[in-house]
Write a protein that binds this ligand. Structure first.
Ligand code: GUN
Length: 289
């Protein structure tokens, strides 16, 4: 078998296009059911993590392309936690801003949990606040974390009936792995969460109809582990020695066995950004009611 490629760029463009009429409706005056302004997204970048700077630029570019208001707050690594919390308080109170994203990782010395918890749950377009995490697990979500939400969109695009399938998620982060488990359960998959202490990862992967790799280790998932016909979604973005990007899955080997596979780059990455835009539009729509 040779896998079909799940094109994240094309899927992300479709998601973004579907947002345009909703953004246009928001621009209408309040009397006509709008909010009289574009949805507003604030992206906060602290410190000088190079990869984060690239991601933030991609996010603000997409917001710009959709005609959304976007504000980038760039702060030095020397920023104190108190200063950052005060900035978040201002954004929480700002009527132009519907969504707030604090790019992680944050510099050492800043308590990430305290910072992320400060974002008002109604503006938490990353879906990281414990209130939104809890709502997701109770199947009454407001904001779903962008990367796992994007993975779900990609899975749906395969057209494969997902109910009853065995899925494995590799990696237990709050940003990807854990919310991914909740979402796959809601798609009626039987879900295994594998992690660094999993004893027989090859065996666990080999039984899975759906493999979601989110560990951040270059080509850790070997191609010959993949069950023939499986769907393989690679969330990893890792630097090779030559500077090129590579995923968590050995692409060439896995593509020989899988039915569908995402490339890196051009798979999950563009979807994360598209889902952030979707969450921001949703936040603005909820500000209306
Ligand atoms: N860093 C890596 N991925 C993400 C993400 O989805 N949101 C934020 N805020 N930071 C990230």
């Amino acid at each position: 078998m040779s896998a079909r490629i799940l094109d994240g760029k094309a899927a992300a463009a479709d998601v973004a296009e579907a947002l345009r009429p909703r953004i246009a409706a928001l621009l209408a005056p309040e009397a006509s059911g709008g909010i009289g302004r574009p949805p507003g997204l604030a992206v906060v970048l602290v410190g000088d993590d190079r990869a984060s700077a690239v991601y933030v630029r991609l996010k603000t570019r997409r917001a710009e392309d959709l005609g959304m208001l976007h504000r980038q707050v760039t702060l030095p690594a020397s920023t104190t936690e108190a200063e950052l919390l005060a900035i978040i308080d201002d954004l929480n109170a700002d009527p132009q801003i519907d969504g707030i994203l604090i790019q992680v990782p944050l510099p050492r010395g800043i308590d990430k949990d305290r910072v992320l918890d400060r974002v008002h749950p109604r503006k938490d377009v990353d879906g990281f606040h414990p209130v939104n995490t809890g709502r997701l697990w109770q199947r009454r979500p407001t904001f779903i974390p962008c990367t796992p939400a994007g993975v779900v969109e990609l899975l749906k695009r395969t057209g494969v009936a997902l109910g009853g399938k065995d899925a494995v998620v590799i990696g237990r982060s709050n940003i990807v792995g854990k919310p991914m488990v909740a979402l796959l359960e809601q798609l009626d998959c039987t879900v295994t969460l594998a992690h660094s202490r999993t004893v027989d990862l090859a065996g666990v992967v080999g039984r899975a109809d759906i493999v979601i790799a989110a560990v951040g280790v270059l080509e850790m998932v070997k191609g010959d582990w993949i069950k023939p016909g499986a769907i393989v979604i690679d969330v990893g973005v890792n630097k090779r020695d030559d500077g090129r990007l590579g995923g968590d899955v050995e692409f060439n080997g896995a593509a020989k066995r899988a039915s569908w596979i995402t490339p890196v780059p051009g798979g999950v990455g563009p979807m994360t950004i598209a889902m952030l835009m979707a969450n921001t539009v949703r936040a603005a729509e909820q500000a209306r009611t």
